[in-house]
Design a protein around this ligand. Structure first.
Ligand SMILES: C[S@@+](CC[C@H](N)C(=O)[O-])C[C@H]1O[C@@H](n2cnc3c(N)ncnc32)[C@H](O)[C@@H]1O
Ligand SMILES: Nc1nc2[nH]cc(C(=O)O)c2c(=O)[nH]1
Ligand code: SF4
Ligand SMILES: [Mg+2]
Length: 225
């Protein structure tokens, strides 16, 4: 049992729509707070941590629309919510916001002891503190306005690298990053930004040219969370 409390924006069960685990029934834990500031971010409602927008843990269950409200929850409280809700998925995706602003070890450790597998979605701009078994998806944010650098330790810990792309510059940035950090064997996914047609065409061609993989945010095409 751990008493660590996490700032939670959303808890929901769905199908993982991105990267290596695409198609996997998953419970999402979305943390509040991110300072990185990607202009095309699809979860801007998680950026600010406004103490005036804190809500009771019970209200998490009835929160159906995206909002900036958040709740303070321990891993055990989350596990109780999942069983109350009758969630069946055995894979947990911890995302945000930027989840690695805090130590995720107690959270992942609790869920792994309960028989779940865990995955983190992170920008690689903060030290990744988690269990050894946890799957880490690093989605490096290069030259973002926040000026956050991608950590060498994050590049080495990544089980997969999932890079959002819309322009040739994004592809060039990724190639330089992989060279700078001597990344050779980690699976690389390109994810078209905001389902734009040109971004998708660029991602397809670049994947073919480099033997990388395509990640198309399946959930957005089939209209699930
Ligand atoms: C919202 S972020 C949260 C986790 C973490 N802050 C990160 O950036 O990895 C989750 C994933 O969505 C991707 N993403 C965010 N906005 C997107 C967009 N408009 N189009 C494609 N991917 C996007 C991110 O790159 C990341 O892989
Ligand atoms: N279905 C689904 N898959 C996802 N994979 C990564 C997501 C995220 O927002 O981090 C996400 C999400 O929001 N929904
Ligand atoms: S790092 Fe992630 S959550 Fe933060 S702004 Fe970028 S995409 Fe959004
Ligand atoms: Mg999302």
């Amino acid at each position: 049992m751990t008493t660590t409390k996490y700032k939670i924006n959303e808890l929901f069960q769905t199908i993982q729509g991105e990267g290596a685990f695409t198609g996997q029934p998953s419970i999402f834990i979305r943390l509040q707070g991110c300072p990185v500031g990607c202009s095309w971010c699809d979860t801007k409602h998680t950026w600010e941590i406004d103490p005036n927008l804190i809500i009771p843990s019970n209200d998490m269950l009835t929160k159906k629309q995206e909002s900036e409200h958040w709740s303070h929850l321990t891993a055990d409280e989350m596990a109780n919510i999942f069983s109350q809700q009758g969630y069946k998925a055995k894979h947990i995706v911890i995302t945000g916001g930027e989840p690695c602003m805090v130590d995720l070890t107690p959270l992942c450790d609790t869920f792994e002891r309960l028989g779940y597998s865990c995955q983190i979605e992170t920008s690689g701009t903060f030290e990744i503190l988690t269990t050894e078994r946890c799957w880490v998806t690093v989605s490096p944010k290069i030259n973002m306005k926040g000026g956050y650098a991608i950590l060498e330790s994050a590049m080495q810990r990544a089980n997969e690298i999932k890079h959002p792309v819309a322009t040739e510059q994004h592809v060039d940035d990724l190639k330089k990053l992989l060279l700078d950090h001597n990344v050779k064997h980690t699976p690389i996914y390109l994810q078209p930004i905001s389902q734009k047609q040109r971004a998708t065409e660029l991602a397809i061609q670049t994947c073919i040219d480099n033997n990388w993989r395509l990640s198309v945010q399946v959930h957005k095409y089939i209209g699930i969370e």
